[in-house]
Design a protein around this ligand. Structure first.
Ligand SMILES: Nc1ncnc2c1ncn2[C@@H]1O[C@H](COP(=O)(O)OP(=O)(O)OP(=O)(O)O)[C@@H](O)[C@H]1O
Ligand SMILES: [Mg+2]
Length: 483
């Protein structure tokens, strides 16, 4: 195999025609080199399988002996290496206007085909300049396809790396089903509506859908519909032309335009004002955006993934969300369950985030005790996975060697660390210490109230446990010097 020349494999079972092909190529022998000549399809497949770089262009006779020939042979070669280009030569017997035949060859993957000269033309198999030009063109195509294969491979590798940092962790039934749904629906172009409480991972799901779809090399544009000022939503989404209003000094691309051929992620879609909903419907229905100040509309092909923590059907009923838009978005509904309904995931997530933050903070991984996991599992997680992630980070920042149940409770209820010991909480009785009842009472109250506070989620919770009205609880804490 020589890199600077075009390597040819000839598949032809008649020596006379092999000679004619070689004759036709001879004037270009410094550029076009016949590397191998075989008389049947099996032999050709064998050679190419052993080394796909052995040839750039295959010249094959259509009518050869053996079981593998014609379209089957073309497809088999293409299966081994898509970038190998194939030129088919056929006997005169093929009707020159047999378009169906030509079509079959092209569909099987042939680059070009020609009809051999009559047998009495000894010097050439075909008009030599045309034949050579076709080989040169075939080689250019081979180079381009190899390049695009290489860069696609590189891009795919980047995407794999990216996805590795955005894994959806969890082994609960609902997370397993979620991963299956993503796998199933990502390749389609259908719109997706993701519903779930805050912090459950809706954006993560959207991201995984995009990067597992055929749009993965295109843009993924995220927009938070809730945080855009109302008056800017339309110009952000759809853009405007220069001079379309005072202050429009230059034209601006809208996010839909930037996301063309890719995916737009509309987070908190329920917060979209009605007039923007109308325009969004238009994009989804007709694939057209109405750019402010533009006479004719602009065509775009964007997949829409929307997310909300509200019940959109309720919003429709309350006339805050357009029903037609709801149906257009809700083609594939995906629900992400709250963490409290999938407690089995807690330990997996904790392990994942401990690894993550230990690496990020460059610290040694602490031991996570069983009690710590139990404490984390018994919490209700109103902020879902996001809250769990923050709690793990907070715990790791403490720099402990081992994380206990108490450490977790401190981190969860965000209380200052205070030394107390359950068993010894009444140990003053054993010290033989004798104090006036009033002082003893105060000491007891102080320790007991501190203990209850440290094991409560909030002041309201602590006052309830103590059977005190909140104002009385606060007064007591002050009195005892606990605030
Ligand atoms: N199953 C999971 N595995 C790993 N990380 C997760 C998982 N679910 C959520 N996360 C992480 O938790 C954080 C919050 O997730 P995300 O932003 O996707 O939630 P959300 O549902 O979009 O929240 P909001 O409704 O507040 O916008 C992110 O850092 C995300 O990577
Ligand atoms: Mg979000």
């Amino acid at each position: 195999m020589n890199n600077s020349v075009i390597n040819i494999l000839i598949i032809e079972d008649e020596d006379y025609d092999v000679k004619r092909i070689q004759n036709t190529l001879q004037y270009f022998s410094n550029k076009i080199v016949v590397n191998a000549v075989v008389s049947n399809g099996n032999k050709a497949i064998e050679i190419i399988s052993a080394n796909a770089s052995c040839c750039d262009v295959v010249i094959m006779d259509y009518q050869i002996a053996g079981s593998i020939k014609g379209e089957v042979l073309i497809s088999k070669i293409k299966e081994i290496d898509k970038s190998i280009q194939i030129i088919v030569i056929t006997k005169m017997t093929i009707n020159i206007s047999d378009y169906e035949f030509a079509n079959r060859l092209i569909n099987a993957g042939a680059f070009w085909f020609c009809t051999k000269y009559p047998g009495d033309v000894e010097d050439f198999i075909y008009q030599p300049t045309d034949f050579i030009i076709s080989i040169l063109n075939a080689y250019e195509k081979r180079k381009l396809e190899r390049q695009s294969y290489k860069s696609n491979k590189k891009l795919s590798k980047n995407i794999e790396d990216l996805l590795a940092t955005r894994q959806i962790i969890g082994e609960s039934e609902s997370v397993q089903a979620l991963r299956k749904q993503i796998e199933k629906y990502a390749p389609s172009d259908a719109n997706v509506l993701i519903n779930g409480d805050t912090g459950t991972g809706k954006e993560l799901v959207a991201y995984n859908i995009h990067y597992n779809s055929k749009r993965k090399f295109e843009n993924f544009i995220g927009v938070n519909c809730g945080s855009l000022p109302q008056e800017l939503i339309e110009s952000e989404l759809f853009g405007f032309e220069k001079g379309s209003f005072t202050g429009a000094g230059a034209s601006k691309q809208g996010l839909f335009e930037i996301a063309d051929n890719g995916t737009i992620f509309l987070d908190e879609v329920a917060d979209l004002p009605i007039n923007a909903q109308v325009k969004l419907l238009r994009v989804i229905q007709d694939g057209e955006i109405e750019k402010i100040g533009r006479v004719n509309s602009l065509k775009v092909k964007v997949r829409v993934i929307a997310a909300t923590n509200k019940n959109l059907e309720d919003e429709v009923r309350e006339k805050r969300f357009r029903e037609d838009l709801f149906y257009r978005l809700n083609v594939i509904p995906i629900y992400v369950a709250p963490l409290k309904e999938r407690k089995d995931d807690v330990s997996h997530l904790v392990k994942y985030f401990v690894d993550f933050f230990a690496k990020e903070l460059e610290i040694r991984k602490p031991e996570i005790t069983k009690e710590a996991i139990a404490a984390l599992e018994s919490y209700s997680w109103p902020g879902n996975v996001r809250e769990l992630k923050n709690v793990v980070q907070r715990l790791l920042l403490e720099g402990l060697d081992s994380i206990t149940g108490d450490d977790v409770r401190f981190a969860l209820f965000n209380k200052p660390r205070r030394a107390y010991d359950n068993k010894d909480s009444l140990s003053f009785m054993n010290n033989g210490q004798m104090l006036p009842l009033k002082d003893m009472e105060k000491m007891f109250k102080e320790r007991y109230v501190a203990f209850v506070r440290d094991n409560s989620r909030s002041d309201a919770d602590a006052s309830k446990k103590l059977g005190l009205a909140p104002p009385n609880y606060h007064r007591l804490c002050k009195e005892l010097g606990l605030k």
